[in-house]
Each structure stands twice: as C-alpha cells, then as structure tokens.
Ligand binder design. Structure first.
Ligand code: ZN
Length: 141
C-alpha cells in the first residue's frame, strides 16, 4: 500500500483525522498489530512520540474473597497523527517491540477521561483486610 495511505488496522477504532509519515504508525506506516487491546489514561506524553498509559483493573484476591483494584502502566508509541496528550483516554494495541520498553501503540484518542483507583475502592480493600483479620482472631480463640 502506498505510503501515507490510511489502511484498516483490524481493530474497531476511529481513524485519526491527520496523516503522518511515521513508519511505526498503525494507520499510515507499516506497523502491524497483534495481541491485546487496552483502554487507559495517558499519564505522561513528555518523551518524543511516546505516551505512558495507565489503567485500572480488578484482581480477585482469594484470601479475602474480594476484588482488589490494581493498575497497570505501559509505555506506548504515540504516532504524530494521533498525538495523545496527558490525561486523555486512549485505546492502545499490542505490537512488536519498538524500543526496549515499547510494545504498544496508541491507536485512537477517546477524549478526556480517567481510569484509575478511586478512594472508595481502597476503603473496600481495607475493610476486606480488617474483616479477614477479625475472622482470624475469632478462629484463634
Ligand atoms: Zn499516522
């Protein structure tokens, strides 16, 4: 396909309005996507064409029989045509390793947003720990 042409990336994402000349752009370059797709918030976009993306997820903790909010953080390639900024919600997709740490690429901007641990979730975890500790105490009697 001719350079600079928009192509299908195999993911249901809105194509960027701008074009770019980046070889490592999934829309305009030769980068192919495979593996996982995540949605997260851009924590930092200071490095050149790089975004640090973070998102929260629930992990089941067997001992407490509760879910704990955890977060994940990866560095992702931020193509010039997308140019995601800090605190923006983005969709990222897994790709081949681009640098020592970059294995993801930003495929779409989803607007302003946050996906992160909220205060009440921390309280829920604390409550679960307290309940488990009390149960242990009672069993020790
Ligand atoms: Zn592009």
């Amino acid at each position: 396909m001719a350079k600079g042409m928009k192509r299908s990336i195999g993911i249901d994402a809105k194509p960027p309005e701008k074009k770019c000349e980046d070889e490592n752009c999934p829309w305009h370059g030769r980068l192919s996507l495979r593996g996982k797709v995540f949605t997260g918030t851009v924590r930092s976009a200071k490095s050149h064409n790089t975004a640090i993306v973070e998102w929260g997820f629930n992990k089941f903790i067997k001992k407490y029989e509760r879910y704990e909010r955890r977060k994940s953080r990866v560095t992702a390639h931020n193509p010039p045509c997308i140019h995601a900024r800090e605190n923006e919600l983005v969709m990222i997709a897994e790709c081949r390793p681009l640098t020592a740490t970059k294995r993801f690429v930003v495929v779409a901007r989803l607007g302003k947003g946050e996906i992160e641990i909220r205060g009440e979730d921390k309280k829920l975890i604390a409550d679960a720990r307290k309940a488990a500790a009390e149960k242990e105490k009672e069993e020790a009697k």
